[in-house]
Design a protein around this ligand. Structure first.
Ligand code: 13P
Ligand code: SF4
Length: 347
Protein backbone atom coordinates (compact mmCIF):
# COMPACT_ATOMS: atom_id res chain seq x y z
CA UNK A 1 0.00 0.00 0.00
CA UNK A 2 1.30 3.43 -0.89
CA UNK A 3 2.54 5.31 2.10
CA UNK A 4 3.04 8.76 0.74
CA UNK A 5 2.62 12.18 2.22
CA UNK A 6 -0.37 14.12 0.95
CA UNK A 7 1.33 17.45 0.44
CA UNK A 8 0.97 17.18 -3.33
CA UNK A 9 -2.82 17.06 -3.18
CA UNK A 10 -3.31 20.19 -1.16
CA UNK A 11 -2.21 23.78 -1.33
CA UNK A 12 0.72 24.37 0.93
CA UNK A 13 2.70 27.55 1.36
CA UNK A 14 6.30 27.27 2.37
CA UNK A 15 8.87 24.60 1.85
CA UNK A 16 8.77 21.44 3.88
CA UNK A 17 10.79 20.93 7.02
CA UNK A 18 13.68 19.41 5.10
CA UNK A 19 14.68 22.99 4.31
CA UNK A 20 15.80 23.59 7.85
CA UNK A 21 19.45 24.15 6.97
CA UNK A 22 21.31 20.85 7.16
CA UNK A 23 23.34 20.72 10.28
CA UNK A 24 21.08 23.10 12.16
CA UNK A 25 21.00 21.23 15.41
CA UNK A 26 18.01 22.17 17.50
CA UNK A 27 18.26 20.72 20.95
CA UNK A 28 14.90 20.56 22.72
CA UNK A 29 16.29 22.29 25.80
CA UNK A 30 14.92 25.04 28.04
CA UNK A 31 16.00 27.79 25.59
CA UNK A 32 14.14 26.02 22.75
CA UNK A 33 11.01 25.65 24.86
CA UNK A 34 11.14 29.32 25.85
CA UNK A 35 11.57 30.42 22.23
CA UNK A 36 8.68 28.19 21.07
CA UNK A 37 6.42 29.62 23.74
CA UNK A 38 7.52 33.20 23.00
CA UNK A 39 6.87 32.83 19.26
CA UNK A 40 3.52 31.16 19.89
CA UNK A 41 2.46 34.07 22.12
CA UNK A 42 3.65 36.58 19.51
CA UNK A 43 1.44 34.95 16.84
CA UNK A 44 -1.47 34.29 19.23
CA UNK A 45 -1.02 30.64 18.23
CA UNK A 46 -2.25 27.53 19.98
CA UNK A 47 0.00 24.47 19.67
CA UNK A 48 -1.83 21.14 19.45
CA UNK A 49 0.05 17.83 19.63
CA UNK A 50 -1.21 14.33 18.93
CA UNK A 51 -0.38 11.55 21.40
CA UNK A 52 2.10 10.03 18.88
CA UNK A 53 4.32 13.10 18.73
CA UNK A 54 7.88 13.13 20.09
CA UNK A 55 7.88 13.62 23.90
CA UNK A 56 9.48 17.09 23.66
CA UNK A 57 6.79 18.25 21.21
CA UNK A 58 4.04 16.91 23.48
CA UNK A 59 5.59 18.67 26.46
CA UNK A 60 5.82 22.10 24.80
CA UNK A 61 2.28 22.00 23.34
CA UNK A 62 -0.78 23.74 24.80
CA UNK A 63 -2.91 20.62 24.33
CA UNK A 64 -2.11 16.94 23.79
CA UNK A 65 -4.75 14.41 22.84
CA UNK A 66 -6.42 12.06 20.40
CA UNK A 67 -7.84 13.11 17.03
CA UNK A 68 -11.34 13.76 18.36
CA UNK A 69 -10.25 15.87 21.33
CA UNK A 70 -7.84 17.91 19.20
CA UNK A 71 -10.54 18.52 16.56
CA UNK A 72 -12.86 19.79 19.26
CA UNK A 73 -10.19 22.02 20.78
CA UNK A 74 -9.31 23.39 17.32
CA UNK A 75 -12.98 24.19 16.65
CA UNK A 76 -13.37 26.07 19.94
CA UNK A 77 -10.06 27.89 20.06
CA UNK A 78 -9.98 31.67 19.81
CA UNK A 79 -6.32 31.75 18.75
CA UNK A 80 -5.50 33.36 15.38
CA UNK A 81 -3.22 30.47 14.38
CA UNK A 82 -3.42 26.75 15.03
CA UNK A 83 -0.07 24.95 14.88
CA UNK A 84 -0.95 21.30 14.39
CA UNK A 85 1.80 18.93 15.49
CA UNK A 86 0.39 15.77 13.98
CA UNK A 87 -0.24 14.54 10.45
CA UNK A 88 -1.71 16.32 7.50
CA UNK A 89 -5.32 15.13 7.68
CA UNK A 90 -5.50 16.41 11.27
CA UNK A 91 -4.37 19.91 10.25
CA UNK A 92 -6.78 19.80 7.30
CA UNK A 93 -9.64 18.88 9.65
CA UNK A 94 -8.79 21.90 11.80
CA UNK A 95 -8.83 24.11 8.68
CA UNK A 96 -12.21 22.69 7.60
CA UNK A 97 -13.63 23.57 11.02
CA UNK A 98 -11.96 26.99 11.22
CA UNK A 99 -11.59 28.32 7.66
CA UNK A 100 -10.78 31.83 8.85
CA UNK A 101 -7.86 30.78 11.01
CA UNK A 102 -4.31 30.25 9.85
CA UNK A 103 -3.48 26.55 10.23
CA UNK A 104 0.16 25.52 10.18
CA UNK A 105 1.74 22.08 10.15
CA UNK A 106 5.48 22.13 10.91
CA UNK A 107 6.22 19.72 8.05
CA UNK A 108 3.63 19.29 5.30
CA UNK A 109 5.16 15.97 4.23
CA UNK A 110 3.66 14.36 7.35
CA UNK A 111 1.02 12.27 5.58
CA UNK A 112 -0.76 9.09 6.65
CA UNK A 113 -0.77 5.69 4.94
CA UNK A 114 -4.32 5.07 6.14
CA UNK A 115 -5.59 8.31 4.60
CA UNK A 116 -3.90 7.20 1.38
CA UNK A 117 -5.95 3.96 1.40
CA UNK A 118 -8.91 5.59 -0.36
CA UNK A 119 -9.37 8.61 -2.62
CA UNK A 120 -12.51 10.55 -3.57
CA UNK A 121 -12.87 8.80 -6.92
CA UNK A 122 -12.76 5.35 -5.31
CA UNK A 123 -15.31 6.44 -2.73
CA UNK A 124 -17.64 7.83 -5.41
CA UNK A 125 -17.46 4.51 -7.30
CA UNK A 126 -18.22 2.57 -4.08
CA UNK A 127 -21.20 4.85 -3.33
CA UNK A 128 -22.54 4.25 -6.85
CA UNK A 129 -22.63 0.50 -6.07
CA UNK A 130 -24.70 1.15 -2.91
CA UNK A 131 -27.25 3.88 -3.63
CA UNK A 132 -28.82 5.29 -0.48
CA UNK A 133 -26.07 4.01 1.83
CA UNK A 134 -24.71 6.27 4.58
CA UNK A 135 -20.97 6.91 4.26
CA UNK A 136 -19.05 6.91 7.53
CA UNK A 137 -15.42 7.92 7.05
CA UNK A 138 -12.72 7.76 9.62
CA UNK A 139 -11.15 11.17 10.22
CA UNK A 140 -7.91 9.72 8.75
CA UNK A 141 -8.97 10.73 5.23
CA UNK A 142 -8.30 13.61 2.87
CA UNK A 143 -10.59 16.64 2.72
CA UNK A 144 -11.79 15.42 -0.70
CA UNK A 145 -12.93 12.10 0.81
CA UNK A 146 -14.61 13.94 3.68
CA UNK A 147 -16.50 16.00 1.10
CA UNK A 148 -18.06 12.71 -0.16
CA UNK A 149 -18.92 11.60 3.38
CA UNK A 150 -22.12 11.83 5.43
CA UNK A 151 -20.48 11.63 8.82
CA UNK A 152 -16.88 11.32 9.99
CA UNK A 153 -15.73 9.47 13.10
CA UNK A 154 -12.57 8.79 15.06
CA UNK A 155 -11.55 5.65 16.91
CA UNK A 156 -13.00 7.25 20.03
CA UNK A 157 -16.58 7.61 18.73
CA UNK A 158 -16.84 5.23 15.73
CA UNK A 159 -19.27 2.90 17.53
CA UNK A 160 -21.55 5.79 18.56
CA UNK A 161 -21.43 7.27 15.07
CA UNK A 162 -22.46 4.00 13.40
CA UNK A 163 -25.20 3.50 16.03
CA UNK A 164 -26.54 6.95 15.12
CA UNK A 165 -27.33 5.69 11.59
CA UNK A 166 -30.91 4.30 11.31
CA UNK A 167 -30.79 0.48 11.43
CA UNK A 168 -32.42 0.04 8.02
CA UNK A 169 -29.80 2.14 6.17
CA UNK A 170 -26.73 0.46 4.70
CA UNK A 171 -23.41 1.81 6.01
CA UNK A 172 -20.23 2.19 3.97
CA UNK A 173 -17.34 2.44 6.43
CA UNK A 174 -13.90 3.56 5.26
CA UNK A 175 -10.99 3.33 5.14
CA UNK A 176 -9.72 1.23 8.10
CA UNK A 177 -10.63 -2.46 7.93
CA UNK A 178 -9.60 -3.30 11.51
CA UNK A 179 -11.56 -0.44 13.06
CA UNK A 180 -14.47 -1.29 10.74
CA UNK A 181 -14.46 -4.93 11.87
CA UNK A 182 -14.33 -3.81 15.50
CA UNK A 183 -17.34 -1.50 15.02
CA UNK A 184 -19.23 -4.24 13.19
CA UNK A 185 -18.55 -6.66 16.04
CA UNK A 186 -19.63 -4.21 18.75
CA UNK A 187 -22.77 -2.96 16.99
CA UNK A 188 -23.70 -6.36 15.51
CA UNK A 189 -24.61 -4.52 12.33
CA UNK A 190 -25.04 -6.76 9.28
CA UNK A 191 -25.69 -4.05 6.68
CA UNK A 192 -22.26 -2.46 7.08
CA UNK A 193 -19.59 -2.72 4.37
CA UNK A 194 -15.97 -2.09 5.29
CA UNK A 195 -13.25 -0.74 2.99
CA UNK A 196 -10.05 -2.80 2.99
CA UNK A 197 -7.63 -0.01 3.98
CA UNK A 198 -5.09 -0.07 6.77
CA UNK A 199 -2.42 1.89 8.58
CA UNK A 200 1.00 0.37 7.95
CA UNK A 201 2.07 0.97 11.56
CA UNK A 202 -0.96 -0.57 13.26
CA UNK A 203 -1.43 -3.41 10.77
CA UNK A 204 2.14 -4.43 11.68
CA UNK A 205 1.22 -4.98 15.33
CA UNK A 206 0.14 -8.54 14.81
CA UNK A 207 -1.59 -11.36 16.68
CA UNK A 208 1.41 -13.69 17.27
CA UNK A 209 3.39 -10.83 18.84
CA UNK A 210 0.50 -10.00 21.13
CA UNK A 211 0.04 -13.64 22.16
CA UNK A 212 3.75 -13.93 22.96
CA UNK A 213 3.75 -10.77 25.11
CA UNK A 214 0.46 -11.65 26.85
CA UNK A 215 1.80 -15.11 27.70
CA UNK A 216 5.03 -13.64 29.13
CA UNK A 217 3.00 -11.16 31.25
CA UNK A 218 -0.06 -13.13 32.36
CA UNK A 219 -1.26 -10.44 34.83
CA UNK A 220 -0.99 -7.54 32.41
CA UNK A 221 -3.85 -5.47 31.08
CA UNK A 222 -3.99 -5.04 27.29
CA UNK A 223 -4.63 -1.61 25.75
CA UNK A 224 -5.31 -2.14 22.05
CA UNK A 225 -5.92 0.56 19.44
CA UNK A 226 -8.72 -0.63 17.12
CA UNK A 227 -6.59 0.04 14.02
CA UNK A 228 -4.24 -2.78 15.06
CA UNK A 229 -3.95 -6.03 13.16
CA UNK A 230 -3.98 -7.75 16.56
CA UNK A 231 -7.37 -6.41 17.76
CA UNK A 232 -9.15 -9.58 16.65
CA UNK A 233 -6.47 -11.74 18.33
CA UNK A 234 -6.90 -9.79 21.57
CA UNK A 235 -10.62 -10.53 21.61
CA UNK A 236 -9.90 -14.15 20.71
CA UNK A 237 -7.51 -14.40 23.70
CA UNK A 238 -10.27 -12.98 25.89
CA UNK A 239 -12.87 -15.34 24.40
CA UNK A 240 -10.60 -18.31 25.04
CA UNK A 241 -9.92 -17.22 28.61
CA UNK A 242 -6.14 -16.85 28.00
CA UNK A 243 -6.54 -13.25 29.20
CA UNK A 244 -9.61 -12.40 31.32
CA UNK A 245 -12.01 -10.39 29.16
CA UNK A 246 -12.08 -7.45 31.58
CA UNK A 247 -8.34 -6.97 31.05
CA UNK A 248 -8.65 -6.47 27.28
CA UNK A 249 -9.49 -2.86 26.42
CA UNK A 250 -9.97 -1.65 22.86
CA UNK A 251 -9.33 2.09 23.12
CA UNK A 252 -8.57 5.25 21.17
CA UNK A 253 -5.31 6.92 22.14
CA UNK A 254 -7.08 9.45 24.37
CA UNK A 255 -9.16 6.76 26.04
CA UNK A 256 -5.93 4.88 26.84
CA UNK A 257 -4.80 7.84 28.97
CA UNK A 258 -8.15 7.92 30.82
CA UNK A 259 -8.00 4.16 31.37
CA UNK A 260 -4.37 4.38 32.63
CA UNK A 261 -5.56 6.75 35.39
CA UNK A 262 -8.21 4.22 36.47
CA UNK A 263 -6.12 1.06 36.06
CA UNK A 264 -4.91 -1.00 39.03
CA UNK A 265 -2.67 -3.24 36.92
CA UNK A 266 1.08 -3.26 37.57
CA UNK A 267 1.86 -3.97 33.89
CA UNK A 268 0.01 -2.80 30.77
CA UNK A 269 0.80 -4.04 27.27
CA UNK A 270 0.17 -1.28 24.76
CA UNK A 271 -0.68 -2.03 21.14
CA UNK A 272 -0.38 1.24 19.26
CA UNK A 273 2.25 3.68 18.00
CA UNK A 274 5.08 3.98 20.54
CA UNK A 275 4.74 7.77 21.04
CA UNK A 276 1.70 6.87 23.17
CA UNK A 277 3.90 5.59 25.99
CA UNK A 278 4.92 9.13 26.99
CA UNK A 279 1.42 10.29 28.00
CA UNK A 280 0.64 6.91 29.58
CA UNK A 281 3.75 7.03 31.79
CA UNK A 282 2.93 10.60 32.80
CA UNK A 283 -0.67 9.65 33.62
CA UNK A 284 0.25 6.58 35.71
CA UNK A 285 3.93 6.60 36.72
CA UNK A 286 3.47 3.49 38.89
CA UNK A 287 2.48 1.24 35.97
CA UNK A 288 5.00 -0.58 33.80
CA UNK A 289 3.77 0.23 30.26
CA UNK A 290 5.29 -1.98 27.57
CA UNK A 291 4.86 -1.72 23.81
CA UNK A 292 3.53 -4.89 22.15
CA UNK A 293 5.74 -3.93 19.19
CA UNK A 294 8.45 -1.39 19.99
CA UNK A 295 9.19 -0.87 16.27
CA UNK A 296 5.69 0.56 15.76
CA UNK A 297 6.76 4.13 15.09
CA UNK A 298 4.94 6.36 12.59
CA UNK A 299 7.58 8.10 10.52
CA UNK A 300 5.08 10.77 9.48
CA UNK A 301 4.32 11.72 13.07
CA UNK A 302 8.06 11.87 13.75
CA UNK A 303 8.62 14.41 10.95
CA UNK A 304 7.47 17.07 13.40
CA UNK A 305 10.87 17.69 14.95
CA UNK A 306 11.91 20.45 17.38
CA UNK A 307 13.64 22.22 14.44
CA UNK A 308 10.51 21.97 12.28
CA UNK A 309 8.30 23.40 15.03
CA UNK A 310 10.65 26.32 15.59
CA UNK A 311 10.81 27.07 11.88
CA UNK A 312 7.04 26.83 11.60
CA UNK A 313 6.53 29.45 14.28
CA UNK A 314 9.29 31.72 13.01
CA UNK A 315 8.32 31.67 9.33
CA UNK A 316 4.60 30.87 9.44
CA UNK A 317 5.00 27.64 7.44
CA UNK A 318 3.77 25.17 6.22
CA UNK A 319 0.36 26.73 5.82
CA UNK A 320 -2.52 24.34 5.14
CA UNK A 321 -5.13 25.32 2.56
CA UNK A 322 -8.29 23.43 1.75
CA UNK A 323 -10.23 24.38 -1.36
CA UNK A 324 -13.22 26.40 -0.02
CA UNK A 325 -15.79 24.33 -1.99
CA UNK A 326 -14.29 21.08 -0.72
CA UNK A 327 -14.18 22.45 2.84
CA UNK A 328 -17.80 23.58 2.59
CA UNK A 329 -18.90 20.10 1.49
CA UNK A 330 -16.76 18.38 4.15
CA UNK A 331 -17.71 20.62 7.08
CA UNK A 332 -21.09 19.03 7.90
CA UNK A 333 -19.55 15.54 8.14
CA UNK A 334 -16.79 16.78 10.47
CA UNK A 335 -19.19 18.84 12.60
CA UNK A 336 -21.45 15.81 13.05
CA UNK A 337 -18.36 13.85 14.17
CA UNK A 338 -17.38 16.32 16.88
CA UNK A 339 -20.97 16.44 18.16
CA UNK A 340 -21.18 12.66 18.77
CA UNK A 341 -19.72 10.57 21.57
CA UNK A 342 -17.68 11.04 24.68
CA UNK A 343 -15.40 13.99 25.38
CA UNK A 344 -12.41 12.31 23.65
CA UNK A 345 -9.11 12.20 25.47
CA UNK A 346 -7.05 15.34 25.58
CA UNK A 347 -6.40 18.39 27.69
P1 13P B 1 -6.70 8.45 17.65
O1 13P B 1 -7.96 8.95 17.05
O2 13P B 1 -6.94 7.31 18.59
O3 13P B 1 -5.93 9.58 18.22
O4 13P B 1 -5.80 7.81 16.49
C1 13P B 1 -5.37 8.57 15.42
C2 13P B 1 -4.43 7.83 14.55
O5 13P B 1 -3.88 8.32 13.60
C3 13P B 1 -4.19 6.46 14.87
O6 13P B 1 -3.12 6.01 14.14
FE1 SF4 C 1 -1.67 7.38 9.85
FE2 SF4 C 1 -0.93 5.11 10.95
FE3 SF4 C 1 0.60 7.22 11.27
FE4 SF4 C 1 -1.80 7.07 12.52
S1 SF4 C 1 0.01 5.79 12.87
S2 SF4 C 1 -0.96 8.82 11.42
S3 SF4 C 1 -3.00 5.99 10.98
S4 SF4 C 1 0.17 6.20 9.31
Amino acid sequence: MAATAQAGRTGIDGAAGADVPPGEEVRPDAAWREEVRRLAAERNAVILAHNYQLPEIQDVADHVGDSLALSRIAAQSDADTIVFCGVHFMAETAKILSPDKTVLIPDARAGCSLADSIDAEQLRAWKAEHPGAVVVSYVNTTAEVKAETDICCTSSNAVDVVRSVPADREVLFCPDQFLGQHVKRVTGRENMHVWAGECHVHAGINGPELVEKATAHPDAELFIHPECGCATSALYLAGEGTVPAERVKILSTGDMVQQARRSRASTVLVATEVGMLHQLRKAAPGIDFRAVNDRASCRYMKMITPAALLRSLREGVDEVHVDPDVAERARGAVQRMIAIGQPGGGE
